[in-house]
Ligand binder design. Structure first.
Ligand code: GRF
Length: 200
């Protein structure tokens, strides 16, 4: 019997970034094998992710936060196709607006370089995260993919990757290893969500 709820339409993804774009690149590299397609990259500032989009031939948009501090999320929202299945925050630094969050509820995910709920929240970014991990003498570090709600880094956790902390390393080196794990985890999670949608 034909399952009429199934659709052959691609699982469509929009990526938001403010940074180097290694997670965006990792997603782009694995989109075909994981059953999703990145339709658009939106950046809120000039950053390396933009030139990666050029090389990957993925449409991109720069909506600068400094030019549109009050209307940033309205403009971002207007640029996202209504039938988008998932918005992926990959190194996106602007704090998500409540209205945007509500509109796209359960359709926004974020990647964070710690084992949430530890070492998340405002200001917890970059090397600060791994510095805090090492200061607390944690034995484990890692990364988390989670749904985005109005609480910074506070939405439901979808997946985590745990690695051992090596105290011969600097926080920067630990951060580098976590970053590599992020690049593996994020495409897998998006692939998993695409698969779930298709089997519904
Ligand atoms: C990653 O560490 C991610 O967890 C954090 O911002 C960083 C972005 O890295 N939210 P990249 O730009 O994807 O390389």
């Amino acid at each position: 019997m034909i399952n009429r709820t199934k659709t052959n339409r691609n699982f469509s993804v929009v990526v938001l970034s403010s940074s180097g774009g290694s997670n965006f690149q990792a997603l782009a590299n694995r989109q075909e094998q994981n059953g999703f397609v990145i339709n658009l990259l939106i950046c809120d500032r000039d950053c390396d992710a933009l030139s990666k989009a050029d090389r990957l031939r993925i449409p991109k948009l720069l909506i600068e936060k400094k030019r549109y501090p009050k209307t940033l999320f309205r403009l971002i929202d207007q640029s996202i196709p209504e039938d988008t299945d998932l918005i992926v925050l990959a190194g996106f630094l602007s704090i998500i607006d409540r209205e945007f969050c509500r509109k796209w509820q359960n359709k926004i995910i974020n990647i964070h370089p710690s084992l949430l709920p530890k070492y998340g929240g405002k200001g917890m970014m970059g090397v600060k995260v791994q510095e805090a991990v090492m200061r607390a003498e944690e034995t484990e570090a890692g990364c988390t993919v989670h749904y985005v709600n109005e609480i910074i880094d506070g939405g439901d956790i979808i997946a985590q990757k745990v690695i051992a902390v090596d105290y011969n390393e600097s926080p920067w080196e630990l951060g580098g290893r976590v970053h590599k794990e992020e690049n593996e985890l994020l495409p897998k999670v998006v692939g998993m969500l695409a698969k779930q949608r298709k089997s519904r």
